[in-house]
Design a protein around this ligand. Structure first.
Ligand SMILES: Nc1ncnc2c1ncn2[C@@H]1O[C@H](COP(=O)(O)OP(=O)(O)OP(=O)(O)O)[C@@H](O)[C@H]1O
Ligand SMILES: [Mg+2]
Length: 607
């Protein structure tokens, strides 16, 4: 339940890596494009309006040229009337069409993108939280978080603006070139000879600069990790008075970012000078040669104006393409990472809250049979070695043993967070695999070693054990868990917000809320993982009482360091380095003079 609330907000702004666009990546993108399907009619409409608005955009240079020529009494190109007023009216009519079309183009694209992105976010999030535990041990929360925030934002930007903009620029570029050729073949030819030389140089230059800025981004991401880790462990930073150390570490990292960025800026400046000189140089050259043609009466003034405007339009479109292409590459990279999550195999859990009912009841008999287990992320260390034991329905079975011996791991196996590599778990004599995951988890409850509460109110946190619990049930659970008293001393009572991860409550209070939560869930099998480890004697008594209530009428697996709490257990299992070395009742185990249990008891009770 580790839920990092740290928002890696800056991840959304950080530059995302780009991906090569190839067949595989396009396949990935097309998988995400299926999310557009429900909106395909609107999408087609938006596309139509986009094309329409681009085409009407092409009319303006033409109209301007026409107006200038008409003012001089010339006829421009033969398409437009020579009457000033008629041209003016046409211009306004086109403007009007543009206005309407632009409205729909912009709003529809945004509507489509927002809705489909919301769909993708919902699916990715659900997929993410239904992935097996192992997935999470290999990844950082920040990284996963940024897939839902930054990656999907990139895709969203691409869907809302980049895609439309790119299409518009391509239409303007092709249309503009055709119009130029119509106005003056000679001029157009010259331009078309120069542009293919300048543009590749510009693109190459641009690419080099982007490699530099990517380096800066990677460095920035690294410094963001420092912030994230420091904030997550802020208590340790303060306790060790390492604020200055952390600030220094961050400063060093952030200086590196600045240095790389400054180096990049030099090239960026050079690039800007190059673009200004070459592109404007071309415009000046065209006007120069065009004026020459005008003086030879081969071209009208209006036509030259028109041509220059088209030339600017085409160069601007051409110049903006690499940037948009880069954006699309980033979106492709982002969709690959999102698809990667969507393609993972998730655990089978109920999709709807309403389906969350127990179908196959468990009586409470639990058996480990020759269980061998290592964490998938650490195959070289075998945590459980041939563990077998039986807990009959209603029994209290205690697991004791040194730290790291594998006790919490056994709890994780019962919850089906992981599966043994060999051997098996049985519920009521039936293999665990014959039950659905939902059924097992719905009938097993854990009061964990370190209780994680969610940021909401105390009521919400208790109700997490049974979402549809009534007010009465919540109150009752809190009372039975010895939590009601301390909750009532808070001014806001059950509406008290517990703070991020429950930091506003003491360890014992958090534990009693976790017990209330477990009581509400009313499980058949209960796992208490060191539930009283962090308490003073008075709180321990309160929690212990609450636990006694909780353990009644169910199978309880009690993981404990303090042997005082488990004397009454029906069976005590002594685990050492993943092997059960002793088991039996308290009295049985004490009889073993050389046993670990007797030794530990000796330390704790001084018998
Ligand atoms: N998610 C994990 N991935 C890899 N190894 C793990 C993981 N969790 C625990 N381990 C390793 O498994 C071993 C057993 O850990 P476990 O948490 O079960 O011990 P424990 O008996 O509960 O100890 P403690 O009494 O300190 O709580 C340890 O060596 C630990 O390092
Ligand atoms: Mg443990």
């Amino acid at each position: 339940m580790a839920r990092a609330r740290l928002n890696s907000g800056n991840a959304a702004e950080a530059e995302l890596p780009k991906a090569k666009i190839n067949q595989q990546s396009l396949q990935n993108v097309s998988k995400l494009l299926t999310y557009l399907k429900p909106y395909r009619l609107k999408f087609a409409g938006a596309l139509f309006f986009l094309i329409l608005s681009s085409l009407t955009g092409l009319a303006f240079p033409k109209l301007l040229g026409g107006i200038i020529d008409a003012a001089k009494g010339d006829i421009n190109g033969g398409i437009l009337p020579a009457n000033l007023n008629s041209i003016g009216l046409i211009a306004f009519a086109i403007l009007f069409i543009q206005a309407i079309v632009s409205f729909f183009r912009v709003t529809w694209f945004v509507q489509i993108a927002e809705n489909s992105i919301a769909d993708i976010r919902r699916d990715t999030y659900f997929k993410l939280i239904t992935l097996p535990m192992n997935f999470f041990s290999n990844r950082r929360v920040g990284e996963l978080n940024s897939r839902i925030s930054a990656d999907l934002s990139q895709i969203q930007d691409t869907l809302t603006t980049t895609f439309a903009e790119m299409l518009r620029q391509i239409i303007l570029m092709i249309g503009g070139t055709i119009m130029m050729a119509i106005v003056s073949g000679k001029l157009a030819l010259i331009l078309l000879l120069i542009l293919p030389i300048i543009v590749p140089i510009a693109v190459f230059f641009g690419r080099f600069i982007r490699t530099l800025s990517k380096e800066a981004q990677d460095q920035l991401a690294e410094s963001n990790t420092i912030v994230e880790e420091t904030l997550q462990g802020i208590a340790s930073v303060k306790a060790f008075v390492n604020e200055a150390f952390e600030a220094g570490r961050y400063d060093k990292s952030i200086r590196r970012v600045a240095n790389i960025a400054i180096k990049g800026a030099k090239f960026r400046g050079l690039f800007a000078s190059f673009v200004v000189f070459c592109l404007f140089g071309v415009v000046v050259g065209v006007i120069w040669y065009g004026a020459h043609l005008v003086s030879l009466k081969q071209l009208k003034v209006g036509e030259l104006t028109e041509f220059v405007m088209f030339a600017i339009l085409v160069s601007a479109s051409l110049g903006s393409l690499p940037e948009q292409y880069a954006n699309i590459q980033k979106a492709v990279g982002a969709s690959e990472r999102v698809i990667e999550i969507l393609n993972e195999n998730c655990e089978v859990v109920s999709i709807r809250e309403t389906e969350n009912e127990v179908k196959q009841k468990i009586e409470g008999n639990l058996e480990f049979k020759n269980v061998r287990f290592h964490y998938p992320s650490r195959p070289e260390i075998e945590v459980l070695k041939d563990v077998s034991f039986l807990a009959n329905a209603g029994q209290k079975v205690a697991i004791v043993g040194p730290s790291g011996s594998g006790k919490s791991t056994m709890a994780a196996l019962i919850l089906q967070f992981y599966h043994p590599q060999s051997g098996e778990l049985f519920f009521d004599g039936k293999a665990a695999s014959s039950f659905s995951l939902t059924d097992i988890r719905n009938q097993v409850a854990v009061v964990p070693q370190d209780v994680m509460l969610f940021g909401g109110t105390i009521r919400e946190n208790i109700a997490y054990g049974k979402l549809k619990a009534t007010e009465e049930e919540i109150l009752q659970a809190a009372q039975r868990a010895n939590a009601h008293n301390f909750i009532s001393t808070f001014p806001e009572g059950y509406d008290t917000v517990v703070g991020e991860r429950g930091v506003k409550l003491s360890g014992g209070q958090r534990q009693r809320i976790a017990i209330a939560r477990a009581l509400l869930k009313n499980p058949t099998i209960l796992i208490l993982d060191e539930a009283t480890s962090s308490l003073d004697s008075e709180s321990e008594r309160l929690v212990q009482e609450a636990l006694e209530v909780l353990m009644k009428n169910r199978t309880s697996i009690i993981i404990a360091h303090r042997l005082s709490t488990i004397r009454e257990a029906d069976k005590i299992i002594v685990l050492e380095k993943g092997t059960i070395i002793e088991s039996g009742s308290h009295d049985d185990l004490l009889k073993n003079e050389t046993g670990l249990y007797r030794y530990l008891s000796g330390l704790q009770f001084e018998i």
